[in-house]
Design a protein around this ligand. Structure first.
Ligand code: NAD
Ligand code: DAU
Length: 352
């Protein structure tokens, strides 16, 4: 088996669903705290799959993690669990420190103790895969080369600082204890099951509900977008073939300014679901106050993972964004489950 943490969130759940599509796949223990971002509805199709064991719990709960490791003897851990939204980290950093730093520390310690007790062959094969972000590298000038794996860490938000700290812990556990880790730093993901606090799903849902499409600042901030299925395939590749102690940057070669992303979504919706009044959804675009400390540009140089492990993204931004918009139109029940309740309080807090 493998142990996946945070597997009820956006990327973790996509990873679990992709993994279990393979008929001969190893089983998954899915440990997730079910914060506001965790959603069992996303995992409905594998609810009765005997290869999927869901456990609600915290990566920082050492007794629980130790018990799961002892009982199920996984050959790898893939750590997705995190607080992941930059704007929430600005309103309240404490959860980010607790989960992303202290939680990762506790998980590492439990995993190291388990690994120490393994027989030689299992010990050699064991992997701890830490899923991280390009935001740890900070912000790029418009013409600067994209982030490669040796770019200095310069995190600018409480979220990215907490992820940077966790990356450093993972690195130190390799160098100090010989604990077998790999880390991946990925650019912005988008795709099915994305929680609509993030730009792309927020804009799709606001558009079809005829609400404003909020663009922070001048909308010229650049992100490098990667379809979530491509991120999952990259993680599988690194888990299988990545060199221990190495980090691999993962990106989509799709640098786009926020305003252009939003205009693309409006154009697709104008074709798939034209507004009753015949106007474009782009008329709903509204410029709002900028995010404090907003990073101007991220871009990933993904040549190392391509050169060493042969991975490249399968989707372009055009193909991925069309699939994504269509998915949100086709899945109103999942959407309704997410946007009711506490999600409304977040929108009031952030956009009022
Ligand atoms: P998400 O917020 O959608 O999901 C996070 C999941 O972790 C949720 O299911 C939540 O319940 C769970 N969780 C939170 N705290 C926990 C804890 N203490 N113990 C156990 N479970 C806990 O996040 P995501 O977008 O799926 O991101 C997953 C990982 O990928 C994160 O580590 C994030 O930093 C990283 N990442 C995200 C992106 C992106 O664009 N979304 C890009 C690069 C890297
Ligand atoms: O780069 C990887 C990171 O991508 C991950 O590590 C994070 O977990 C993930 O949340 C994402 O961070 P961003 O801050 O880049 O994503 P977000 O979707 O929140 O914002 C994308 C861009 O859009 C960013 O420049 C801020 C802007 N934005 C966002 C929202 C929610 C807006 O202009 N308006 C909005 O309402």
């Amino acid at each position: 088996m493998i142990l996946v943490t945070g597997g009820a969130g956006f990327i973790g759940a996509n990873f679990v669903l992709d993994w279990l599509k393979e008929p001969n796949a190893e089983g998954i223990i899915n440990l997730d705290k079910l914060t506001y971002a965790g959603n069992l509805a996303t995992l409905a199709s594998v609810k009765n799959d005997p290869r999927h064991l869901f456990v609600q719990g915290d990566i920082g709960d050492r007794a629980l993690v130790a018990k799961l490791l002892k009982e199920h003897q996984p050959r790898a851990i893939v750590n997705f669990a995190a607080e992941s939204h930059v704007d929430r980290s600005i309103h309240g950093p404490a959860d980010f420190i607790n989960t992303n730093i202290v939680g990762t520390f506790n998980l590492l310690e439990c995993a190291r103790e388990y690994w120490n007790g393994l027989q030689a062959a299992q010990k050699t094969n064991f992997r701890f895969h830490h899923v991280s972000t390009d935001e740890v590298y900070g912000s790029l000038l418009p013409t600067a080369p994209a982030f490669n794996e040796t770019h200095p860490y310069e995190p600018n938000s409480p979220y990215s600082a907490s992820k940077a700290a966790s990356d450093h812990l993972v690195r130190a556990w390799f160098h100090t204890y010989g604990f077998p880790v790999v880390t991946t730093n990925c650019s912005n993901n988008y795709g099915p099951y994305h929680f609509p606090e993030k730009l792309i799903p927020l804009v799709i849902l606001n558009a079809i509900n005829l609400k404003p499409l909020p663009i922070y600042g001048d909308g010229q901030q650049v992100r490098d977008w990667l379809y979530v299925g491509d991120h999952c395939s990259a993680i599988r590749t690194v888990l299988a073939k990545g060199r221990l102690g190495e980090t691999y940057n993962i990106g989509g070669w799709n640098e786009k300014a926020n305003i252009d992303v939003v205009k693309s979504i409006c154009q697709i919706l104008d074709e798939l679901k034209p507004r009753a009044d015949g106007q474009s959804y782009a008329t709903q675009i509204t410029f709002v106050n900028d995010r404090p400390g907003h990073d101007r540009r991220y871009a990933i140089d993904a040549r190392k993972i391509e050169r060493e492990l042969g991975w490249r993204p399968a989707e372009t931004f055009d193909t991925g964004i069309k699939k994504t918009v269509q998915w949100y139109l086709d899945n109103p029940i999942w959407v309704e489950g997410v946007v009711s309740g506490a999600y409304r309080d977040w929108l009031d807090k952030q956009y009022s």
